[in-house]
Design a protein around this ligand. Sequence first.
Ligand SMILES: [Zn+2]
Length: 163
Amino acid sequence: MKAGGSGSDGLGPVMKPGCPACARIEKIRTGTDPHFVCEMRESLLVVHKHQRYEGWCTLWLKDHHEHLGLLERARQVRLSEDVIDVAGAMHRSLGGGFGDVRINYENLGNVVSHVHWHLIPRRASDPNPKATVWVRPEAETDCGVSDLKLAELVAVMGRAVRG
Ligand SMILES: [Zn+2]
């Protein structure tokens, strides 16, 4: 992918230099991101880099836009379908004990402005199941994930999304 182009004129998607999400997408496109699960309609599905809330995934819009509400309507709809499909996959796949899960859907952009969604499985056994993860201690949201668990989650989510 390259910077420039409108994304709809055949010149390729628009990427923004300096955007960490665009850099991440470039890495995914080179096949070197172990968090990458699969390409969806408008987004790329990845397993989040911190897994205290097991199954946490993010969906990154394939090109650089900063406001969900300013995307063309058809793209908004397709992106919503991506979110819905991943949520369904989570409910079906993360199994054992996942029945008590509520998925938190978060589209923020306060830190990384590139349009993206967090889908965060929340369980009754969470330290504070009624609080958003963003107000929890860093030990929970900045905890990393083992290579083994990451590979397992990427495989599980991949199978589930493909149905
Ligand atoms: Zn970007």
